[in-house]
Ligand binder design. Structure first.
Ligand code: KG4
Ligand code: ZN
Length: 337
């Protein structure tokens, strides 16, 4: 089955053609980094306009690279939630146009389910059930993936996400946008024990909280700035990264042990983090657990992951009609459309 995937939930306009949920025939990602860089973060209005300007060429390019036409497609899958509403609507309406004009099934895909499905492309042998740490710019979840479309949230952040914590700290440090990846790179050069950040405490065993940590690191940066021009960015980045990664892993490993999961998976933009990948690998090697991670290119937003998850949603009968809408938020375990 050949599925065209479309992704426009944030600052990447992407289209891809994927066969049977695993084999990429093409993947095109047009990043808007340059357009948002001067503002230090994503500007929703600029994102929507840029998606509208580029989606046509991105989709044609994906088809061309796959050597296919619209008529060769079996279905169109599109991210319809969660994300910036104006940005999502561009992708949803474009997908509806193709579905209507070419009489193809329309498959709504939850963006975070897509991130999880990126793993099926990189790790062709991976099958549910498994336990997944989903860490992106807006979400931090521990999810039990019982089946491709059957998920159970074990833990979630009660406020900010891990990615947002990195982005805001990077911005305060003046290392620019996109912050997470830049912070990760300089953290490799710093001393992770140079600064101490309090580990957030929440009542529930598997839930997270990042807002206190985010405020703490920003205050620390402002205090240093007031005293001197010289911010020890490498040490700050290394210390913050270690605190966040240790915190994520502690809960993820606890959940894996208590729930008896031997297959551990990560997904979302933050799954590209060098220390997170290293820590997971060490733990899994030592504890005889299988570890699956998307290749770096598929950690970030892309449309291959949407087409991959779209395949499994289609098999489950989750197709929409032309009334499909976009939603800024939606739970990953029980998405409706
Ligand atoms: O999944 P994603 O591309 O977009 C959302 O769905 O939100 O995730 C973006 C997030 C941003 O917060 C970005 O800073 C973070 O992923 N990120 C990283 C790294 N690469 C991207 N965070 C830490 N280390 C990285 N290497
Ligand atoms: Zn994402």
């Amino acid at each position: 089955m050949i599925v065209l995937g479309i992704e426009s939930s944030c600052d990447e306009t992407a289209a891809a053609v994927v066969q049977d949920g695993k084999v990429e025939l093409s993947s095109v990602v047009m990043s808007q980094i340059k357009e948002h860089e001067i503002y230090g973060g994503v500007v929703p209005e600029i994102a929507s306009r840029s998606h509208a300007e580029n989606i046509g060429v991105v989709v044609s390019d994906a088809l061309k690279k796959a050597g296919l036409s619209f008529d060769d497609l079996d279905a169109v899958a599109v991210t319809y939630t969660p994300g910036l509403i104006g940005a999502l609507l561009v992708g949803v309406n474009f997908a509806k146009g193709i579905a209507f004009a070419k009489n193809k099934p329309l498959i709504p895909v939850h963006h975070l389910r897509g991130h999880i499905a990126a793993n099926y492309i990189t790790n062709k042998e991976l099958k549910p059930p498994f336990l997944c740490l989903v860490v992106s710019g807006g979400h931090s979840h521990i999810v039990e993936v019982k089946d491709y479309t059957d998920m159970n949230i074990i833990g979630r952040t009660l406020d900010d996400a891990a990615g947002e914590t990195f982005d805001k700290a990077a911005r305060a440090m003046g290392i620019g946008y996109p912050g997470g990846v830049k912070l990760d790179k300089i953290a490799e050069l710093g001393n992770a024990l140079a600064f101490e950040f309090p580990k957030p405490k929440v009542k529930d065993q598997y839930n997270f909280s990042f807002s206190g940590l985010k405020t703490n690191v920003i205050n620390k940066i402002h205090n240093i700035k007031q005293k001197s021009d010289d911010i020890p960015v490498n040490d700050l980045a290394a210390s913050l990264r270690k605190t966040v990664v240790d915190y994520l892993c502690e809960k993820f490993f606890q959940a894996a042990e208590n729930l008896g999961h031997n297959k551990l998976v990560i997904a979302g933009g933050v799954s590209a983090n060098i220390l997170l990948r290293r820590t997971l690998k060490e733990y899994c090697d030592k504890n005889n657990k299988q570890l699956f991670m998307p290749e770096l290119r598929l950690c970030a937003d892309n449309a291959s992951m949407i087409a991959a998850q779209g395949y499994y949603e289609y098999i489950k009968g989750n197709t929409a009609d032309l009334n499909l809408n976009a939603y800024a938020t939606m739970p990953i375990d029980n998405p409706t459309f």
